[in-house]
Write a protein that binds this ligand. Structure first.
Ligand SMILES: *[C@@H]1O[C@H](CO)[C@@H](O)[C@H](O)[C@H]1NC(C)=O
Ligand SMILES: *[C@@H]1O[C@H](CO)[C@@H](O)[C@H](O)[C@H]1NC(C)=O
Ligand SMILES: *[C@@H]1O[C@H](CO)[C@@H](O)[C@H](O)[C@H]1NC(C)=O
Length: 284
């Protein structure tokens, strides 16, 4: 269903190659001071006070880059984000396939865009932005609009990738004639709630992601080798997966980031999607 060479957008190659520098692994270290949190981010001249993060990281795969983040948000932050998003939920749209089909059988979960300019959402976005270090260019790129997604009994999202096979134009840019396109450089998939989920269900499965060594290491509570190949990550509240969607050298979508939200049994999974946007084109 995804052939990277078919989906590659050649016209991006030159434009993007200039914008992607090497990923500085040092900036992904848990010891890196999140400078974003030290700066006031304000919308009404009141500085935003974000709680300091307490996460730790495990680098799972170097290519594509996938990092497991432990305790990206606190239990209190998780609960507050779930409470904020639940009243807004609707059947999930599917984007990135040329059309938006609500309530499609490929994606049976519910979702909602999280509010813009909400102090908690902005703190979590700032934390994710800080984690990404040099991947985004200040003043050009942004963290996009966060989304809450909820899977109840039997709900799932079949194999898909998060990058757009055709880069998009924002509605406001289309209206104003601003010539810039964007794509989702990376994804932060943050589990906020994983209540009563039956063991071995509701995982996020990446059929083409392999750990950097030949084994997944000792059995652990966070992931396992999937019987059909690749790795399956358990839904654990507070923990996040970070991965890079696009090849850094040419900006085309990385087919190896294909993944699925496997059907949830026995309970409920609520998560937050963060899709940072990289812009390119003459007016970017
Ligand atoms: C972009 O680079 C990747 C990695 O080198 C390669 O596999 C892919 O085919 C390239 N895409 C295009 C459109 O050149
Ligand atoms: C959010 O805040 C920014 C900065 O003050 C403002 O420009 C923007 O219009 C606000 N967005 C919404 C949806 O309120
Ligand atoms: C999980 O199970 C407990 C105990 O049966 C129940 O009280 C709770 O409501 C359940 N949570 C969800 C989200 O269904």
């Amino acid at each position: 269903m995804t052939n990277p060479s078919q989906l590659a957008v050649l016209s991006l190659t030159v434009a993007l190659s200039a914008f992607f520098g090497p990923i500085l692994l040092t900036s992904l270290s848990p010891h890196f001071q999140p400078w974003v949190e030290l700066l006031p981010i304000s919308w009404d001249s009141t500085p935003l006070q974000c709680a300091p993060h307490t996460y730790t990281t495990t680098l799972v795969s170097l290519s594509p880059l996938l990092i497991y983040i432990h305790n990206f948000v606190s239990p209190a932050e998780s609960r507050a984000l779930v409470d904020l998003g639940i009243p807004l939920l609707e059947p999930s749209p599917i984007t990135g396939y040329g059309s938006d089909a609500r309530g499609s059988r490929a994606r049976t979960s519910w979702s909602a865009p999280l509010p813009v300019n909400n102090s908690l959402v902005d703190c979590i976005l700032a934390r994710a932005e800080s984690f990404m270090g040099t991947l985004l260019l200040q003043g050009r790129d942004n963290m996009g609009q966060a989304q809450l997604v909820r899977y109840t009994e039997g709900q799932k999202f079949d194999l898909h990738h998060d990058w757009f096979s055709r880069p998009r134009i924002l509605d406001e840019d289309a209206k104003s004639g601003r010539r810039r396109l964007y794509n989702r450089i990376a994804t932060v998939f943050l589990t906020l709630q994983a209540d009563n989920i039956t063991e071995g269900t509701g995982e996020t499965w990446f059929p083409y992601v392999k750990p950097s060594t030949t084994t997944t290491g000792a059995p652990n509570p966070w992931w396992r080798e999937h019987e059909d190949g690749g790795m399956a990550f358990k839904a654990i509240a507070g923990n996040a997966l970070f991965w890079v969607n696009m090849f850094p050298n040419n900006g085309s979508g990385d087919g190896r980031t294909l993944h699925a939200g496997l059907p949830v049994k026995g309970g409920v999974k609520t998560a937050m999607n963060i899709w940072p946007r990289v812009f390119f084109g003459p007016d970017a």
